[in-house]
Design a protein around this ligand. Structure first.
Ligand code: 5GP
Length: 203
């Protein structure tokens, strides 16, 4: 029996500090058919970040031009910086049969959910507000005013949960992370068998 597959657009989103980036990295590392959508951003590169791998780092003028030419599938201003998903590479990868992973904030995720009904969306939740606060403070990348702002935003973002297809709680510790990863893997496996993109051919 043969089969044909169409690529799947997968959106992983959730509040800042839920660990969605780590879960996405695990998925990409272990799944050769899953490709990462490299976003554009107007923020400065961090030391370890490489152009075209983590992001495309662009000027405000370049970003404005992309917006104007409708080159972004979705876009949002997140914590004072602008981010967007270039449309063309996503479409090219999907056409080649790859699944494409978008690790984006909840504003951008809503845009994709509205405009691409075939996308599979997953919302990552923290096990508790207390844990989210601890994670943001332990990460030590923002000051306390910024952290408190992110926590307030997180409450609003969680209220949009029912727009997503799936919700996964990223529980504490290595074991919690492993379980969250397994849940996402199960979602990917199930969605790859959806008849909207999987066509088994009986000979
Ligand atoms: P960071 O600057 O720490 O890499 O990312 C900050 C936030 O922006 C994260 O929540 C990340 O998921 C989100 N983000 C990264 N790329 C995009 C994008 O292309 N679009 C949107 N809407 N959010 C993005």
């Amino acid at each position: 029996m043969g089969a044909t597959h169409k690529g799947m657009l997968m959106v992983v989103s959730g509040p800042s500090g839920t660990g969605k980036g780590t879960l996405c990295d695990m998925l990409l590392k272990n799944d050769p058919n899953m490709r990462f959508s490299v976003s554009v951003t107007t923020r400065q590169a961090r030391d370890y970040e490489r152009e075209g791998v983590h992001y495309y780092f662009v000027s405000d003028a370049e970003y404005d031009e992309m917006l104007e030419k409708d080159l972004l599938l979705e876009h949002a201003t997140v914590h004072g910086h602008r981010y967007g998903t270039p449309r063309k590479p996503v479409e090219a990868l999907l056409d080649q049969g790859f699944d494409v992973l978008l690790d984006i904030d909840p504003q951008g995720a809503r845009m994709v959910i509205e405009h691409c009904p075939e996308a599979v969306s997953v919302f990552i939740l923290p096990p508790s507000w207390k844990t989210l606060r601890e994670r943001l403070y332990t990460r030590n990348t923002e000051d306390s005013a910024e952290i408190e702002k992110r926590l307030r935003n997180a409450r609003g973002e969680v209220e949009t949960l029912n727009c997503y297809d799936y919700a996964v709680v990223n529980e504490e510790g290595e074991e919690g992370k492993r379980r969250a990863y397994e849940a996402i893997r199960t979602i990917v496996e199930a969605e790859r068998h959806a008849t909207t993109r999987y066509f088994p051919v009986i000979e």
